[in-house]
Design a protein around this ligand. Sequence first.
Ligand code: CU
Length: 462
Amino acid sequence: MQQRRTLLISVTLAMVAAACASGSDTPAAAPTVTTEAPVVTDAPVATEAPAPAPTDPPVTEPAETSTTSTTIDPVEAETIAQVNEYIAQAAAFDQAGADIQFPQGLTFQAGGAPGYSRYVFREHSEGVVPTLVEGPLVGTVRCQDEALPCSFAELRELHESGAEIPAELAMTPEELAELVDQLTTLNEFAEAHRDVNSACAEGFVSDRIQTANMGSHFYNIDWIGDGFNPAEPEILLYAKADGTMADGALDQCKDGAWTGDPMTLVGTAFIIPPQVIGNDHPEAFAGPLDNWHIHYNLCRGNSEGRDTFLPKAQCEAQGGNFSAALGWMLHAWVADDFDSQLGVFGMWNAAIAPVIDASEILDSREVKGSDFPEGAEQSLIADFLYSGDLSVKAGQPLFFNNVDAVPHTVTAGTPDAPVLTDFDSGLLTPGSNYEISFEQPGVYSLFCTLHPDMVAQVTVTE
Ligand SMILES: [Cu+2]
């Protein structure tokens, strides 16, 4: 019994070492030589290798050794060896060198959900490509919980009331005050441009694509490249005033006036290229809530009125405008009539056509590839959580997408009582997926061998 406790302590210590290494701001290990070219070759990514960071060596031995070591349970010994192997692999993981970059040398699988995961990978005729990066490598505050004061109106009310700021927002009162001040400036600009004709008169150009729960982006080309200014958003968002979706491409401004169906202002957005604001996540709005993103491999069908994801040649053959990289971008939902329950900086605004319950958006945005098992339940591994409803029927596949910035595992048991022999995904690098199904009804515990805070339970019913 004494020996068993020693072994478990050593496993736990090893996990803590791994958590510390992977939770830091710097890459967890000396860079390893990768043999594959980066997937995004024409994007403006950082070219410098990440600086090596000091790391704790993996714990390879029990903290104490004694003459009773020959009584080690072989299964426990195997577990310790395997966990230490994952820790070593994770420490050698070649993290992206900048926030806009993808980890190098990986083969990606389709997965993620725009607005909900750091990475989104999509599949087209030439394979799986990265299509979105959102947030900093570590420490995203994705304030889009409807129970938290994440919308513009709620943040303003929180500031004016002087009430305590929920810990989840990770903001000081001074930061909140400055943020509300910036958003109020932005709101004044937005409300002064309710009439789409005013945007046309000032040189904003419609992209002609009305995206669901977002609207159509009207760009002020002259402002792209002059840095961050909450008084001058590069983008105004409009949607059809009758609340319907556009059928095909929207019209355009001509001679400073709008030519199409009546439009209403629904929000604002920013676009500042990395060349202007850097390869790391922008420090723009006060506080940590502004979660900027970059699109990759986007085919803009401006004349069709919709975006697609196609290889460059196919996109251009169909008359689309291919963007290898488009960003940094950030939505800011400050229009008075379109306060966003998914947060002032969320990707989606459920109050914009087609109006929907905010809680229903995630399901409709989850990306699936040809490896997605029929009838499966999907769980994104994002922000160090196994997200989604982990309830399946007996025999129904549960499909995990790791779309976080770091490797994780999906392993049976708990940090204190691992049962790798029941199931174990192995190391899931970003863009890796794992399928599992359970034949017997019951409640099954799982955890990440690298991050002991990551625990979850799967409920399996008849
Ligand atoms: Cu993990």
